[in-house]
Design a protein around this ligand. Structure first.
Ligand code: SAH
Length: 346
């Protein structure tokens, strides 16, 4: 990681960094609080530091500050989609969703993605680059400032595969849940993965209390490969073993995400197979009627088929919810706002 990117340093690292420069530890704490608690937009706002120190920081460090390019507001449910420009010109998107239990932000972990899931818009242009921890954090900071409302939940379910950007993800999780930052409880943070089995095992060792969501989408190896090319590399038994390990080690139940695609994975037999995978792990299943993407041919099953699929799972005693569609009237599906922007820019 680049130590010039000051917002990506954990509190301990920032202290060490400043002590080495002959500053006192409490200075580091003040700077940390300006960045992660008060959400300052630059060193110039840090008014309890001397001018000399502020200027020295300015010279030595990069201060990541995302630029809001566009905000789309849903008139149906208050959902807001944000398009941000990074310092190098790359674009990313995030979503603010308003629920009864609080505000939830869905963030991107990479610019683009290299996993290639067939139904997903985020992967169409491939991976551009990983996001720094600061760039993941700032999506939340900017949205909290722009909306003027506290963010209480974070889901890493936007563009990118978080476990393909592992080191930065860990930093992000530490800083986001730090008591001297936004202090979002790890229980209110969900990380979603397409199933990079060795990384799931590694994550189990990190002593975190986040929720891990596995994008399952199919209950057989064959169907899963059809929808998700990455499934050829990490086969279903290996992925499920890693999930069982995660559950054993952390005591945290996983969520299985299952995008329902009309005529592909919505048969009652699919539900039966799916329940057999979820049962031993006590996993919660989140059904996501596939969000049609212009570039892809997949369609949502009929309402009735979706309802029956849910009932079928419940029959086997599975805890299941259907993802409420938020922001139907704005570019809803993962990566669509960014794609539209890239297309008009081409
Ligand atoms: N790479 C991670 C996180 C990003 S995607 C992962 O694969 O989990 C977040 C979730 O949205 C995943 O379950 C993904 O499969 C799903 N998704 C992506 N595009 C979708 C679409 N068009 N319709 C429904 N779900 C979609």
């Amino acid at each position: 990681m680049d130590f010039r990117d000051i917002k990506s340093l954990t509190r301990e690292e920032l202290r060490e960094e400043l002590l080495r420069k002959g500053e006192k530890a409490f200075r580091a704490d003040q700077i940390y609080s300006w960045m992660h608690e008060k959400l300052a937009s630059g060193f110039h706002e840090m008014t309890n530091l001397s001018r000399t120190l502020r200027e020295a920081l300015e010279r030595e460090y990069e201060y990541v500050n995302l630029e809001i390019v566009e905000v789309q507001r849903s008139r149906l449910d208050g959902t807001c989609k944000y398009l941000f420009r990074l310092a190098d010109g790359n674009m990313i998107e995030s979503v603010l969703m308003r629920y009864h239990h609080g505000n939830s932000v869905c963030i991107s972990s990479q610019a683009g993605c290299r996993m290639g899931c067939r139904f997903c818009a985020s992967t169409i242009g491939g991976l551009v680059r990983n996001l720094q921890a600061s760039e993941m954090l700032d999506q939340i900071y900017r949205i909290q400032k722009d909306s003027g409302e506290r963010v209480s939940n974070v889901v890493v379910m936007g563009t990118g595969e978080p476990l393909d950007n592992y080191e930065n993800l860990l930093r992000f999780l530490k800083i986001l849940s730090d008591e001297h930052g936004l202090h979002i409880s790890q229980r209110n943070i969900t990380v979603s993965t397409c199933g990079i089995a060795p990384r799931i095992r590694e994550l189990a060792e990190e002593d975190l209390s986040i929720t891990l969501a596995l994008s399952l989408h199919a209950a057989t190896q064959e169907k899963r490969e059809e929808l998700m090319p990455i499934a050829r590399k990490y086969k279903l038994p290996e992925v499920l073993d890693a999930c069982a390990y995660y559950y054993d080690k952390t005591g945290r139940r996983l969520t299985f995400e299952y995008s329902l695609v009309g005529g592909v994975n919505d048969h009652p037999e699919d539900a039966r197979r799916l329940s057999a995978l979820a049962k031993p792990l006590h996993s919660h299943i989140n059904l996501i009627p596939v969000n049609p993407v212009t570039e892809r041919k997949y369609v949502q099953p009929d309402k009735k088929v979706i309802g029956n699929f849910k009932k079928e799972l419940e029959k086997y005693g599975i805890n299941v919810t259907i993802r409420r569609e938020m922001g139907r009237d704005i570019d809803g599906a993962c990566g669509q706002l960014r794609r539209r922007y890239l297309e008009t820019a081409e």
